[in-house]
Every structure is written in C-alpha cells, then in structure tokens.
Design a protein. Structure first.
Length: 162
C-alpha cells in the first residue's frame, strides 16, 4: 500500500510554510526600520563632527585634536555607510520611519559608493592636516569636505525631510 494519510500532513506543511513566510516578512520590516534608524544616527553624528570641525575652522573653538578625532569619525562612517543602505530601504520602500534615501541610490550604486569614498578621502586629508598641526589649511579643507564629502552625495541621493 503506497498511499499514506497525507491530508493532515499537507495542511500542517502549508501552515508551517505560511508561518515562515509571514515571520520572514515581519523580521525583514524590523530589520529595515532598525537599519534606517542606525544610518540616520550615523548621519547625525556626521553633522556633529562637521560642527566640531567648523567651530574650529570658523571660530577657533576647540583644538586640533578635536578636529582630528571628528575627521577620523567621518572617515570611519564613510567606510561603514554603504552597509547601512541595503536594497529595500528607500524612502518609497519604507515610510515608517520616514527616511530620505532616494530610490536612485540603487540605480546608481557605483556613484553612491564613489560619493562615500570621496567623504573618506576628504576626511582623511583633513585629519592629516590636523595631525600635522597645519591649522591654517583646516578652513579650506573643511569647505571641500562639506561640498565634496557631504553635498555631492546629498545632491543626488538624499531627500531632505522637514
Ligand atoms: C554616500 C552618500 C552620503 C554621504 C557621503 C553623506 N550623506 Fe548624509 N545622507 C545621505 C542619505 C541618503 C540620507 C538620507 C538617509 C535616511 O533618511 O535614511 C542622508 C541624511 C543625512 C542627514 C539627516 C539624518 C536624519 O536624521 O534624517 C544628515 C544630518 C546628514 N545626512 C549629514 C551628512 C553629513 C554632515 C555628511 C558629510 C560629513 C554626510 N551626511 C555625508 C547620504 C550621504
């Protein structure tokens, strides 16, 4: 006799499979929202680092050590940045939390990576100036860091939120 009582088994299998799919979707949504919050925190940290550097460059607040540390943070964040933008986390994919990652990021991923590299490059340049005590050059490099390191990417890839 080859027939086995599959009826109950297949119902159980379907339920189990359905359960897995649902669980997968829920945890993906949680991952997406956690990762979006994490990258927004990182971007805020970038903003604070720029304030530290700008304070020194424009008002003589703080020390070259502060500038060096802030530039080091920016360089490290630039390296970590791409991992915080997995596919499926654009502003149209996820609306809670609200986010400003334009879908074009994943259409021009290489350009996005290039912009993150530019941030790392310009931040390391600034760090070197600070480490070498080259205070007079900080201001000009701060401007470049802002336009090339932050502005370049934001212009194409970020939707500013209110
Ligand atoms: C490679 C691209 C890229 C670079 C480089 C970059 N950003 Fe961003 N930034 C984004 C994107 C995309 C968002 C929107 C992210 C989101 O809302 O999830 C963003 C958002 C922000 C936000 C808003 C965060 C929030 O809480 O909504 C701030 C502040 C910010 N960036 C500051 C900076 C500063 C300062 C720099 C340079 C030191 C910088 N960013 C460099 C892509 C970049």
């Amino acid at each position: 006799m080859r027939l086995r009582p599959l009826g109950m088994l297949s119902v159980a299998a379907v339920l189990a499979a359905g359960g897995l799919v649902v669980a997968g979707e829920i945890s993906q949504a949680q991952d997406a929202s956690a990762i979006i919050k994490e990258r927004q925190e990182m971007m805020k940290e970038n903003g604070n680092a720029m304030k530290t550097i700008g304070g020194y460059a424009q008002a003589g607040v703080g020390t070259l050590e502060d500038v060096s540390a802030a530039a080091g943070t920016l360089a490290q964040n630039a390296i970590d940045m791409p991992d915080l933008f997995p596919e499926g986390t654009s502003m149209t994919d996820v609306t809670d939390p609200e986010n400003g990652a334009k879908p074009v990021i994943w259409e021009k991923w290489d350009e996005f990576l290039g912009d993150a590299d530019a941030l790392e490059f310009e931040a390391l340049k600034l760090k070197e100036l600070a480490d070498n005590g080259n205070a007079d050059a900080i201001s000009a490099q701060f401007e470049i860091l802002g336009t090339e390191g932050c502005g370049g990417c934001h212009q194409t890839f970020r939707q500013k939120l209110d």
